[in-house]
Design a protein around this ligand. Structure first.
Ligand SMILES: C[S@@+](CC[C@H](N)C(=O)[O-])C[C@H]1O[C@@H](n2cnc3c(N)ncnc32)[C@H](O)[C@@H]1O
Length: 279
């Protein structure tokens, strides 16, 4: 198989995840619609790194059905979200209308974003958890980020750490807490293939069960940005995740998942990175 076939498999899978993710027990789109004050928990965390977004043009790459994108709109940003899933984009437009929160959503493959939004650039380019692992080529991703930023603009990403993606998952033995490095930390051309008929949230049963993912090391991610002239001004590693990435992880009062105390300092689970395009 080639990259195009991997992408089509992933797209079919992501289209099917949308309905389940919408549910009250998942991302809770009905709750977002009902409460005009609600900001997604992801953006609640990330807003400290982007500061004031009021009036800024913000592009959200791989926006899924737009709850994070529209959370930035509720904080005053003029938002555009892109995603390659037609179902996700349709749901995002619906969420925007139903919640009366303005936003523009465009269906496009990530690497085709500069073509799909020809001539446009943004003050902020934003990406959040569970995005880069779907992309085969991190250097090409860096070109997209740089192309979409205004001179003087800011890029911010919070993502699962490549060390997390290199750990064995799932661990079949529920009593075994060993963290085992099993998959490549660095980017390799052949993806990891997975088979599952459920998503990480929601009750939807998935028919297109096969997905393909790629890991990218931290230095590769940084080089993808700096090689395009972006200046990294913040990098932090986090001991939490937004979901249960390993079976022994426990959910804390803040709704985030952490390894048990005796393992908490062993590995980073996520990171925040911010970069600026010289003005
Ligand atoms: C886990 S979601 C991340 C979004 C956000 N963090 C969230 O939780 O709502 C990953 C998104 O990436 C999108 N995606 C995956 N591969 C893509 C590609 N090659 N081009 C554009 N979007 C892609 C999927 O459709 C999905 O909506």
């Amino acid at each position: 198989m080639g990259v195009a076939e991997y992408r089509e498999a992933n797209r079919a899978n992501w289209n099917e995840r949308v309905a389940g993710h919408w549910e009250p027990d998942a991302y809770d789109a009905p709750g977002f619609i009902a409460d005009p004050e609600r900001i997604s928990s992801v953006v609640q965390f990330d807003r400290q790194y982007l500061g004031e977004v009021d009036g800024r043009l913000l592009l959200h790459l791989q926006c899924h059905f737009g709850m994070d994108t529209l959370s930035w709109a509720r904080l005053g940003a003029d938002v555009t979200g892109i995603d390659f899933s037609a179902d996700a984009i349709a749901a995002a437009i619906n969420l925007s209308e139903e919640s009366r929160t303005p936003g523009r959503f465009v269906e496009t493959e990530l690497y085709d974003t500069p073509k799909a939004l020809a001539g446009e650039q943004f003050d902020v380019v934003y990406t959040s958890v569970g995005a880069l692992n779907w992309l085969p080529d991190i250097a090409g991703w860096g070109e997209v980020v740089a192309a979409m930023l205004n001179p003087g603009g800011t890029f911010y990403i919070r993502e699962a750490h490549p060390v997390l993606w290199s750990l064995r998952f799932p661990n079949e033995d529920p009593n075994d807490e060993t963290l085992i490095i099993e998959y490549p930390y660095f980017e390799v051309s052949e993806p990891l293939g997975w088979d599952t008929d459920v998503s990480y949230l929601g009750s939807a049963s998935i028919e297109h069960t096969r997905t393909y993912e790629w890991n990218h090391g931290i230095a590769e991610i940084m080089a993808a940005l700096t090689s395009q002239g972006l200046l990294i001004d913040l990098y932090q590693e986090h001991r939490f995740l937004d979901w249960q990435g390993q079976h022994q992880m426990v959910e804390d009062d803040d709704g985030r998942w952490r390894l048990p105390e005796h393992q908490r300092d062993l590995v980073p689970l996520a990171y925040s990175l911010r970069a600026r395009k010289p003005g």
